[in-house]
Design a binder for this molecule. Structure first.
Ligand code: ADP
Ligand code: ZN
Length: 530
C-alpha cells in the first residue's frame, strides 16, 4: 500500500481514493503543481490534506491553505483535530493573543496544515514568517482553495486573491495546488494566468451531478409556483430558495412560514448574530427551508439539502451550477428548480449595463447571461446543456423536466419578425423607442390610451399579431434579447432597441424556436418535439 493510501485509511478512515484523487495526491506529494477542477462534493479537501500530512512526515514542513471562508476553516480544522492532525487557522475571528499563539506553533514546526485568509497571507509580517520557514526548508506546499476567486470572470471575485501570485514569485520551488468547483473555460484560463500555473498539471473531473433533477419553469405567478413545487415534491424537507433581493428574501421567508413551513431568512443585510443563528438552525435542524440571497451557501456542507429553488434567475450558469450544487450532496435524489421571466432578463441586463465596469467586462457578462437564458429556454436535455457549458459531452439524462416531458415547441420566427418591424416602425414614426408592453399592445392591436396618443394604431403593423398571446410574444422577446437580436436600453426606461443582429431575423435568415408555454391561448404552428 502506498504511503498516501495508508494516510487515507489511518487518518481519515476511508477505504480508497475517489475518482482522480489518487492521481492528484501522488502528483502533489511528489512536488508537482496542480490545478484541480472538481464539482462541489467531489472531495477536493483530501487532495491537499493527504499530501500535506505526507510531506510533513517526510520532513518538508507546513502546508499553507488559503481559503476565503472563515466558517469552512473552522470546520476543516475541527475535523482535522478530531483525526489527530495538527491544524490551525489564522483569520479575523482570532484575538491578537490567539493569533500570536498560532504563529508560535507555526514557527516551532508544530503545524501540519495552516489555514489562512488571503489578506493575511500577503501581509509583510506573515511573508517574513514564511520566508523564515522556507529558509529552514519547512514550507511544504501551498494550497489555494476556491481558486476562481482570483478571476473577475468567476462568480466570486476577491481582489485579495490577486496578491497570491506573490507566493509563487517569492518561493518558486514550493509546490502549489489550486482548487475550484468553477470551471468554465474563461475562468480556468484566468486562474492559470493570474496564479502563474502554466506549468501545473490540470485535473478536470466530470461536473455531472446525476442525482440532481433539473427543472426550469417560466414565471407566471412565481411564489404560488414555488409553493406548489415544494408542497408537491418536498414537503417537510430541507431546501434553499434563492431570491434576488434582501427584501424579497424577507417576504418569501414570511410567506413560506405562513404556508406552514419552517422557513428562515438569510441575507447580508441582517444582524450578524441573527444570520448566524439562522444558519446554525438550518444546519442542525431537519426540514428547514432557507430563503436567501447568494450570500448564503458558500462553504456550507449540509448533505441532505433536498432542493434548491431559484425564484429569480441568477446571473450566469456558474452561479446557477454552484447554487444548485448545494442540493443532494449525500448522493440521494434532489431537485434544482428555477423560475425565470422576461423581467429577470431585463433586470439582469440593466445591472450589467449600469455597472461601472469596463465595456469588455460587460460584454462578457452579457454573454454569460445569454448562455443561462439559452439554458432556460432550451427544449432539449438540461443536463446535456449544462455540462456542455463546462466543456463536457453527455447523453440526455432522462431525469430533467425536458427529458421527462418533452416540451412542445413552436416556430416563433414570424412573431419575431413582426415584433422587430413594429419596433422599427415605431422608432421611425415617433423618433423614440418604447418598452415591451407598448410594442406588444401595438402588435396585438390593443387600442390603449398610449397607443392612441402616439397614433400607433395607424402603423401598418397594428394588430397584425393579434393571433399571438402575450405569453408567446414575451417568449419571443426573451429569445431575441438572449441572442442579441434586440437590446434593452436601461438608461432610457427599458426601451427596446434594434441591434445589428435584428437584421438577420428581419431578413428571415434566422429561425426562432420557442418552448410552448403551458397554459395559454391560441398558438400558431405547433410541432411536437421528436
Ligand atoms: P469539496 O470540497 O470538493 O466540495 P469535500 O472535500 O468537502 O468536497 O468532500 C465532500 C465529502 O466527501 C466529504 O464529506 C468527504 O469526507 C467525502 N469524501 C471525500 N473523499 C472521499 C473518499 N475518498 N472516500 C470517502 N469519502 C470521501
Ligand atoms: Zn435531461
Amino acid at each position: 500500500m502506498s504511503q498516501a493510501q495508508e494516510i487515507l485509511r489511518e487518518v481519515f478512515g476511508y477505504a480508497g481514493f475517489r475518482g482522480p484523487q489518487a492521481a492528484i495526491v501522488e502528483h502533489v506529494s511528489q512536488g508537482g503543481d496542480a490545478l484541480v477542477l472538481m464539482p462541489t462534493g467531489g472531495g477536493k479537501s483530501l487532495c491537499y490534506q493527504v499530501p500535506a500530512i505526507l510531506r510533513q512526515r517526510t520532513g518538508h514542513g507546513v502546508t499553507l491553505v488559503v481559503s476565503p471562508l472563515i466558517a469552512l476553516m473552522h470546520d476543516q480544522v475541527g475535523a482535522l483535530h478530531e483525526a489527530g492532525v495538527e491544524a490551525a487557522f489564522l483569520n479575523s475571528s482570532l484575538s491578537g493573543e490567539e493569533a500570536a499563539a498560532v504563529e508560535r506553533r507555526l514557527m516551532r514546526g508544530e503545524i501540519t496544515l495552516l489555514y489562512a485568509a488571503p489578506e493575511r497571507v500577503t501581509t509583510p509580517r506573515f511573508v517574513a514568517q514564511l520566508e523564515s520557514l522556507h529558509e529552514r526548508g519547512k514550507l511544504a506546499l501551498f494550497a489555494i482553495d476556491e481558486a476562481h476567486c482570483v478571476s473577475q470572470w468567476g462568480h466570486d471575485f476577491r481582489p485579495e486573491y490577486r496578491a497570491l501570485a506573490l507566493l509563487h514569485e517569492r518561493w518558486p520551488d514550493v509546490p502549489r495546488i489550486a482548487l475550484t468547483a468553477t470551471a468554465d473555460a474563461l475562468t480556468r484560463e484566468d486562474i492559470v494566468e493570474r496564479l502563474q500555473l502554466q506549468q501545473a498539471r490540470q485535473f478536470v473531473s466530470s461536473f455531472d451531478r446525476p442525482n440532481i433533477a433539473y427543472t426550469i419553469v417560466e414565471k407566471r405567478d412565481a411564489f404560488p409556483q414555488l409553493l406548489r413545487f415544494i408542497e408537491a415534491e418536498h414537503a417537510g424537507e430541507a431546501g434553499i430558495v434563492y431570491c434576488q433581493s434582501r427584501k424579497r428574501v424577507e417576504e418569501v421567508a414570511a410567506a413560506l412560514s405562513k404556508a406552514g413551513m419552517r422557513a428562515l431568512p438569510y441575507h447580508a443585510g441582517m444582524d450578524a448574530a441573527q444570520r448566524q443563528e439562522n444558519q446554525d438552525r438550518f444546519l442542525r435542524e431537519d426540514g428547514i427551508v432557507m430563503a436567501a440571497t447568494i450570500a448564503f451557501g458558500m462553504g456550507i456542507d449540509k448533505p441532505d439539502v433536498r432542493f434548491v429553488a431559484h425564484l429569480d434567475m441568477p446571473k450566469n450558469i456558474e452561479g446557477y451550477y454552484q447554487e444548485t450544487g448545494r442540493a443532494g450532496r449525500d448522493g440521494l435524489p434532489a431537485a434544482a428548480w428555477m423560475a425565470y421571466g422576461l423581467q429577470d432578463v431585463v433586470n439582469q441586463r440593466r445591472m450589467i449595463d449600469e455597472s461601472p465596469a469596463a465595456e469588455e467586462f460587460k460584454q462578457v457578462m452579457r454573454g454569460k447571461l445569454d448562455a443561462l437564458l439559452a439554458l432556460a429556454e432550451a427544449t432539449d436535455c438540461r443536463r446535456v446543456r449544462l455540462l456542455a457549458y463546462f466543456g463536457e459531452a453527455s447523453q440526455p439524462c432522462g431525469n430533467c423536466d425536458n427529458c421527462l416531458s418533452p416540451p412542445e415547441v413552436w416556430d416563433g420566427t414570424e412573431a419575431a419578425r413582426m415584433l422587430l418591424s413594429t419596433i422599427y416602425r415605431v422608432q421611425q414614426a415617433s423618433g423614440i423607442s418604447f418598452g415591451a408592453g407598448h410594442i406588444m399592445d401595438i402588435l396585438r392591436g390593443k387600442a390603449t390610451e398610449k397607443v392612441a396618443q402616439h397614433g400607433h394604431d395607424r402603423l401598418s403593423t397594428f394588430g397584425i399579431g393579434a393571433a399571438f398571446s402575450e405569453a408567446q410574444l414575451r417568449g419571443v422577446l426573451r429569445q431575441l434579447i438572449a441572442t442579441g437580436a434586440l437590446a434593452v436600453d436601461a438608461s432610457a426606461y427599458n426601451t427596446l432597441q434594434l441591434t445589428e443582429g435584428s437584421r438577420a431575423v428581419l431578413r428571415g435568415g434566422v429561425q426562432v424556436q420557442l418552448r410552448e408555454a403551458v397554459s395559454q391561448g391560441r398558438t400558431r404552428t405547433r410541432t411536437r418535439r421528436g
